[in-house]
Design a protein around this ligand. Structure first.
Ligand SMILES: C[S@@+](CC[C@H](N)C(=O)[O-])C[C@H]1O[C@@H](n2cnc3c(N)ncnc32)[C@H](O)[C@@H]1O
Length: 280
């Protein structure tokens, strides 16, 4: 009989496998890995999932250490490495990145824990940890930069998800397909993170954005999205497979064209319950 734990975590492996269908995302990583990874390199893949990035690096002849917090994903990644004839080049380690202490530092760290505004996944803290503890002094990390954007939107369907007749649930962030919400203002930059530096930039975001409303409607929340520079001119965008993140306001607000909307957006990347969204 399977243990409770084995039953409790089927989703991450299904999600890791579903990422294999994001072909332009993989193409761009492949381009960056081909450009950077050499056969005498030691590469660390943080959050290996299906093993795709570790396998691409091993194909370059590099020795790879592939880490994931999810044991089921690691089992799948190992089987994938065997199928591709590179299992001998990859050591798989079951660990949270904070607990991982490498026997040898890396020439290249690959870390793909991107999500719409880096609120839920661990991209920012994992990259910081990698630069500080896992990379050789002249080593390279991919991706190198992430820029976050925000926009006020109308999305009544998502707003109503949390109220079912006489039942009420707390509203929390939800992923949503692009173009499923109505944009009520132009996109604004929320934050930019340089992932190559052991930076002093505080991890937390606390921004006051001022939007000019370009379409009358009801603001139900803020949509978050991102763009990420992998290396040189290789850039990932939302079109490479990501869903947007809808962050609900505590109360919806009716707005008219030409009015200004002051919004405070505050959170610690990777800590989804730290989010505060307020109309000021
Ligand atoms: C977005 S997936 C990327 C998978 C794969 N690298 C790819 O590009 O398709 C992120 C992976 O990071 C792993 N992960 C998330 N948080 C982690 C943590 N704190 N420590 C180690 N792995 C983590 C997840 O289990 C998941 O497999």
């Amino acid at each position: 009989m399977m243990s409770e734990k084995q039953y409790a975590t089927p989703f991450p492996i299904l999600q890791a496998a579903s990422l294999l269908s994001h072909r332009t995302r993989i193409q761009k990583f492949r381009q960056a890995i081909t450009k950077i990874v050499k056969s005498d390199h030691h590469v660390i893949d943080l959050g290996t999932g299906s093993g795709i990035l570790a396998i691409l690096a091993a194909r370059q002849g590099a020795r790879v250490t592939a880490i994931d917090a999810n044991a089921e994903s690691l089992k799948y990644a190992k089987a994938a490495a065997e199928r591709n004839g590179v299992a001998g080049n990859i050591e798989f380690v079951h660990s949270h990145f904070y607990d991982f202490e490498p026997k040898e530092k890396a020439d290249v760290v690959l870390c793909e824990m991107l999500s719409s505004v880096m609120l839920i996944e661990q991209q920012i803290p994992a990259s910081r940890y990698a630069v500080k503890h896992l990379l050789k002094p002249n080593g390279k990390i991919i991706p190198q930069q992430v820029t976050l954007f925000a926009i006020p939107v109308q999305n009544e369907t998502l707003w109503n998800r949390f109220h079912i007749e006489d039942l009420k649930f707390p509203r929390i962030p939800q992923t949503v397909d692009m173009k499923q919400s109505i944009d009520l203002a132009d996109l604004q930059e929320l934050e930019k993170f340089d992932l190559t530096k052991d930076s002093d930039q505080p991890l937390g975001i606390d921004k006051h954005l001022n939007f000019e409303i370009v379409q009358s409607g009801t603001v139900h929340g803020i949509i978050g999205m991102f763009e990420s520079k992998l290396y040189d001119d290789i850039t990932l965008t939302m079109k490479d497979g990501w869903r947007e993140l809808f962050m609900p306001l505590p109360e919806s607000v009716d707005v008219k064209i030409g009015t200004r909307l002051d919004v405070r957006v505050s959170f610690n990347p990777g800590e989804y319950d730290s989010l505060i969204i307020e109309i000021e």
